[in-house]
Design a protein around this ligand. Structure first.
Ligand code: IMP
Length: 208
């Protein structure tokens, strides 16, 4: 995706069809006690997904012009991607974080949400995700290309070598502005200490 610019929700909603499409995605997270190897605090379980194209992104997708609201479209997409576990889940306007518009490769406004769950709810989602209509490539039909290869958790710690964990994770390939969405949410929701997050983001920007 080319450059994207942040814009207020009200302004973003003025960008309508046929010129603009709207997509909504959500970061789902839960407080997660415990330490990796008894040392590195896990802090939170944060979900992303491996997409059909090998890029990392968040659950969600395009909202249809006939959806009553962004949130209704997002909840419908979540049901398709996450399966029966998403019945537990209702993303609402209060969970909204930001919107970004980009012109290339197509005109898309990406709206982003974050929702906190209990660890038990998040585990149930993970357990049931393989029953979703969009899980795996075997159910791909026609023009739809929203298949999900699996949910993953984002490592929020940095290992002693300074690379393993979050810095290595951030050097993956992300769809659209998903990497920026992730970093912004980790910061705003204070899921990772500020200095550690800055270092991890900076390191992956400067690596060859
Ligand atoms: P699709 O999932 O490939 O159909 O993508 C729909 C649109 O949403 C495209 O413009 C993607 O770049 C964008 N997109 C998909 N996943 C994410 C995400 O996690 N964050 C931000 N944009 C995304």
């Amino acid at each position: 995706m080319g450059e994207s610019r942040a814009l207020p929700r009200a302004e973003a909603l003025c960008l309508g069809p046929p010129d603009w499409k709207h997509a909504c995605h959500v970061l789902l997270y839960a407080p997660c006690p415990g330490r990796l190897f008894g040392k590195f605090p896990l802090r939170f379980a944060v979900l992303m997904q491996m997409r059909f194209d090998g890029r990392l992104g968040f659950p969600g997708g395009f909202v249809d012009p006939w959806d009553l609201s962004l949130e209704e479209g997002l909840n419908r997409e979540l049901h398709e991607e996450l399966g029966p576990g998403a019945a537990l889940l209702r993303v609402a306007e209060k969970d909204y974080l930001n919107s970004h518009a980009s012109e290339r490769p197509q005109r898309v406004v990406a709206h982003f949400y974050a929702k906190q769950l209990s660890l038990e709810e998040l585990r149930t989602l993970e357990d049931r995700a393989t029953q979703a209509k969009d899980h795996g490539l075997e159910v791909q039909t026609g023009w739809r290309r929203e298949n999900v290869m699996g949910l993953i958790r984002v490592p929020l710690y940095t290992l002693r070598d300074g690379v393993g964990g979050l810095p290595a994770f951030l050097s993956n390939t992300f769809i659209g502005n998903a990497r920026e969405q992730l970093i912004h949410a980790l910061d705003t929701l204070q899921l990772v200490p500020g200095e550690q997050l800055q270092k991890a983001a900076y390191m992956t920007q400067t690596r060859p």
